[in-house]
Design a protein around this ligand. Structure first.
Ligand SMILES: [Zn+2]
Length: 351
């Protein structure tokens, strides 16, 4: 089955998975093969070219409880407590160290520019963008942002679904509008401004609707949601309404379709029996509202329950096959698989 076009992806959580499994001690499994969605052999077998690698500070919520709640027909999980800078910073440093360790072992290349990404993909290597999901590790003076930028940070979500000094985040709630509370704080607006100046992409995916519009009003860059799906199909608080999609289109930004089943299913339940046709419905909707140049993938691999037909990046050929059968031509396939991500990153970072 087809391993091309290469899929360059908007979001994965393999760094926090490796961190929880033992950090640098288990990094070798990323090269040899591991229980999980992403590793070097699966990437090769599935034509996975890399993408955004998130560093993320886990909340001390019981993940089994969360998954159980989200399997119900309706749910409303409270936002977890904020995490202090002192607690968050060492965790982000540890996950960044895993990323650089993977690079030194030859598993991937940490890409800081469009030229890096193009050269890495051309060489058939995994291209990684250092992303932070939730800015707890950034101090209010933004000193850590400056240093992390120099280290290679090129993308940031001001919040995960949890409050920070920068904003409030969207809770996991179904059914629900994404309009769930206050948006960005003054610190958040300063963060967005500085990210624009430096060339760090601001990710909208875990912002609530007020935060989304705050970024839309204050950022000079294309609006990007790295891993979100269509609210018109699955009315989940984490998904994007058609009005939000219109703003993304007008800014010439993009959306990476999230594979997490709770954001794909009409009923919003965290149950894995989701056919590929359901993903195509989201893709069709996103293409209708955003245009062919503004849609890609944001798998959430190693961070979410995904359709049982797509459990790891080795299964990506099945997705390509379904898209081809659905009538997407070669040019569109290339755009969706990686072309649009490269286009938007170039606009955001510059050449
Ligand atoms: Zn996420």
């Amino acid at each position: 089955m087809a391993v091309s076009p290469t899929i360059f992806d908007g979001h994965n959580d393999v760094l926090s998975k490796l961190y929880r499994a033992g950090g640098q001690k288990v990094a070798e499994t990323f090269l040899s093969g591991r229980e999980g969605a992403i590793d070097v052999p699966s990437a090769r077998n599935g034509g996975f070219g890399g993408g955004f690698f998130a560093a993320y500070v886990p909340s001390p919520v019981d993940i089994d409880f969360k998954m159980e709640e989200m399997a119900k027909p309706a749910y409303d999980l409270p936002l977890p407590d904020p995490i202090d800078w002192e607690d968050a910073f060492p965790v982000i440093m540890a996950q960044a160290a895993i990323l650089f360790d993977l690079e030194s072992r030859g598993a991937l290349k940490v890409c800081r520019s469009m030229r890096d990404i193009q050269a890495t993909l051309q060489a058939g290597q995994m291209a990684a963008i250092f992303h932070i999901e939730g800015a707890e590790a950034i101090d209010p003076e933004l000193h850590t942002l400056e240093v992390l930028y120099q280290a290679g940070l090129r993308s940031i979500g001001p919040v995960w679904s949890r409050p920070t000094i920068f904003g409030h985040g969207v809770p996991f709630r179904y059914p629900s509008s994404p309009d769930t509370g206050n948006g960005l704080t003054d610190h958040g607006l300063r963060l967005v401004r500085r990210c624009d100046e430096l060339g760090i992409m601001v990710d909208l995916s875990h912002l609530n609707e007020a935060g989304f519009w705050d970024v839309a009003r204050h950022s000079t860059k294309p609006l990007v949601a790295t891993h979100s799906s269509a609210h018109a199909i699955c009315p989940h608080s984490r998904n994007l309404t058609d009005r939000q999609l219109a703003a993304i289109r007008d800014s010439d930004g993009m959306v990476g379709l999230n594979f997490a089943v709770a954001f794909l299913r009409d009923d919003g339940r965290m149950l894995a029996d989701v056919p590929l046709e359901q993903m195509l419905r989201h893709l069709d909707h996103l293409i209708t509202h955003l245009g062919e140049d503004r849609v890609g993938f944001g798998s959430d691999y190693d961070g979410a329950i995904v359709p049982e037909v797509l459990t790891s990046c080795a299964s990506l050929p099945a997705l390509r096959l379904a898209m081809a059968k659905h009538g997407y031509n070669d040019a569109l396939m290339t755009k969706l698989c990686h072309g649009n991500w490269l286009r938007v990153l170039e606009k955001t970072w510059g050449t």
